[in-house]
Design a protein around this ligand. Structure first.
Ligand SMILES: Nc1ncnc2c1ncn2[C@@H]1O[C@H](COP(=O)(O)OP(=O)(O)OP(=O)(O)O)[C@@H](O)[C@H]1O
Ligand SMILES: [Mg+2]
Length: 450
């Protein structure tokens, strides 16, 4: 058993100063939070603890405390924060990491932008160079040395935290997961939801949207930071329009402030947003004016995820499936609609199982929530802004054609549909035209403006 940090007091919550004692192999001596000499492979090296490798992303303007912050801090296991692009996973991880660093709860913090395998290797290599003084010209070997050093051997008790931000595939991480250790903890963020990312002590935690209160609180704070006092009811309505998505809220707030637009009433942001002839991309700031060091407008943020889902087997089906789902209700679409004959024909397949596989690919990239078992009538849920961005990406004729397929699918699957199924306003006309031509066996579902 290592000394210094008692087992069970891992990661952020571990307190006290960890003493480093001489041990066999790579060893350290002294007290953490000072200069420490490490003997590794014969070379003596002085490391100034605490050590930060990499850059923790800047905290968002008016950072909104959310329940997930407390859950992450209290969690004792390795967390994999998974969710749709823009829900705030990186902000959560950064907040937790910064908190642990400032509170002196960790001696080593490595922030890894983990979008590619090479990026992970080079971050580990950088850490190895700093800590072990290994040769930086061989990143693979250096990364291996770092992972070996993290193993809880001997009496070494450097308390570490590694954040793997934006892991884009479990394959990238093969052989690169930090080991389980009583002294260290790994937090991962990813858009992917797949079994291979969890396991070996890692637990997947789904990160969702802001709650309505969080979204309204955040918008109010940002607007008032720019001298704007708004009617709370208008702020809430705007938060709802944006589906409580943090990324969209931040960009909308920046746009409203920069353009000096009212939120409600004539010429307001809400009116512009409700105008379906306007693209989402035109309702957020230009690239250089995006808030919080963001680099993509909300409409573009999911394009890579869509590409990745589309590349999954059965290849080429996820994108057209998402386009159809974009025409239907964000509140829940029965699977039977999306596996109906018109959809299969549109996708060029015969087997409904392939349509389900396309839904699973979208689910794995967090672009939709697919859960057939619990509520078959609402098996597929999709964020309204993902729908809007997807439909914006289509030319007018394509959009019309896809909407027609969606309407055909709906009629084809009737009357198996859940009675509460709603069709978005943008496509209601298509659906109604179709429904008029072939009336359903039971009353049509209530349409609700989106
Ligand atoms: N807790 C928060 N308080 C204030 N703003 C936030 C918060 N969380 C997220 N945001 C806003 O949302 C934006 C997107 O957040 P973040 O980058 O953390 O999303 P993400 O889930 O990591 O997305 P991606 O999958 O694209 O990496 C931030 O730049 C910030 O403007
Ligand atoms: Mg992120």
């Amino acid at each position: 058993m290592a000394e210094g940090v008692p087992a069970g007091e891992r990661g952020f919550a571990s307190g006290g100063s960890a003493e480093l004692r001489a041990s066999a192999g790579a060893l350290a001596a002294g007290v953490v939070n000072g200069d420490v000499t490490i003997n590794g492979g014969g070379a003596r090296r002085s490391v100034a603890w605490p050590l930060l490798v990499g850059v923790i992303p800047t905290e968002a303007d008016c950072f909104q405390h959310r329940e997930a912050v407390d859950r992450l801090r209290a969690a004792a296991d390795e967390q994999v924060l998974a969710g749709l692009g823009g829900v705030g996973k990186t902000q959560l991880a950064a907040h937790a990491a910064r908190g642990a660093w400032r509170a002196g709860e960790v001696d080593l913090l490595v922030w890894v932008t983990a979008t590619t395998r090479d990026a992970v290797v080079s971050a580990y290599a950088r850490a190895a160079v700093e800590i072990l003084g290994v040769d930086p010209r061989h990143p693979d070997r250096a990364a291996e040395a770092f992972l070996a050093w993290l193993e809880p051997t001997g009496d070494r008790a450097v308390r570490w935290l590694i954040v793997l931000d934006d892991v884009s595939s479990s394959a990238d991480m093969k052989g690169l997961w930090p080991p389980a250790s009583p002294h260290g903890r790994t937090v991962t963020t990813t858009r992917r939801r797949e079994a291979a990312l969890a396991g070996r002590g890692r637990r997947m935690a789904h990160i969702g949207l802001f709650t309505e209160d969080e979204a309204a609180g955040y918008l109010t704070a940002v607007l008032s930071a720019h001298g704007r006092t708004e009617d709370p009811a208008h702020v809430r309505a705007l938060a709802r329009d944006l589906g409580f998505l943090p990324l969209a809220l931040s960009q909308a707030a920046a746009y409203v402030v920069d353009a000096g637009l009212p939120i409600e009433g004539e010429g307001s942001y809400r009116r512009l947003l409700a105008d379906r002839t306007r693209a989402l991309a035109d309702l957020v700031p230009e690239s250089e004016l995006l808030p919080d060091e963001q680099n993509a407008p909300v409409a573009a943020t999911w394009s890579l995820s869509i590409e990745r889902a589309n590349a999954m087997r059965p290849t080429g089906l996820a994108r057209p499936m998402l386009e159809i789902a974009a025409m239907l209700s964000p509140n829940g679409i029965p699977q039977s609609v999306l596996t109906s004959r018109p959809v299969l024909e549109h996708l060029g397949i015969d087997d409904p199982a392939q349509a389900v596989a396309a839904l699973r690919a979208l689910h794995r990239l967090s672009l939709i929530d697919h859960d057939h078992d619990h509520d078959p009538g609402r098996a597929v849920r999709i964020h309204a802004l993902v729908q809007r961005a997807t439909s914006d990406s289509l030319a007018m004729e394509e959009r019309e054609a896809v909407a027609r397929v969606a309407a055909d699918a709906f009629v084809d699957a009737w009357p198996d549909n859940h009675p509460d199924i709603i069709i978005t306003r943008g496509n209601l006309a298509h659906w109604q035209a179709k429904a008029d031509a072939s009336p359903p066996a039971s009353p049509p579902p209530p349409a609700q403006p989106q």
